[in-house]
Write a protein that binds this ligand. Structure first.
Ligand SMILES: [Zn+2]
Length: 140
């Protein structure tokens, strides 16, 4: 977990995501016409251009598509927290999200590695979703 980072600032497009995160749910926008989820949130389905979007639960497990390991602190609060990993996670077809992968050595992250969503408790009761290796799935 990265300490001291700014808290989320929900806007019109992301308010449902952060509201669900407070309840411990990871949701994504899903198209009413084709049923496919997408990320990032927006007013239109990127697959069929439908404009009726409803939020729904996403799988709580996914796999690492790609990642970077930050080794240089870009802010004073990160000086003692590098290295850390920022990854693209495939949760389901059409839904590739961004998050930190924590709880493992960043150099051990591999493409296709299974990860699960968990919720960090931040200041003032704010919950922020991130990813970790599922318990029992530690790979050598
Ligand atoms: Zn669609």
């Amino acid at each position: 977990m990265l300490r001291g980072m700014p808290l989320p600032r929900p806007d019109h497009d992301t308010q449902p995501f952060w509201d669900a995160a407070q309840e411990g749910r990871y949701v994504v926008p899903r198209c009413a016409a084709c049923g496919v989820g997408h990320w990032p949130p927006g007013p239109m389905c990127p697959h069929c251009f439908g404009d009726e979007i409803a939020w729904g639960d996403a799988p709580t497990r996914g796999s690492v598509y790609s990642w970077v390991v930050a080794t240089h602190p870009v802010a004073e609060v990160l000086v003692d927290q590098v290295p850390y990993a920022i990854a693209l996670i495939d949760l389901e077809p059409g839904v590739r999200v961004v998050g930190n992968v924590v709880g493992c050595d960043p150099s051990a992250i591999q493409a296709g590695m299974a990860v699960e969503v968990f919720f960090e408790e931040r200041e003032e009761g704010v919950r922020v979703p991130n990813f970790r290796i599922p318990s029992g799935n530690l790979e050598a």
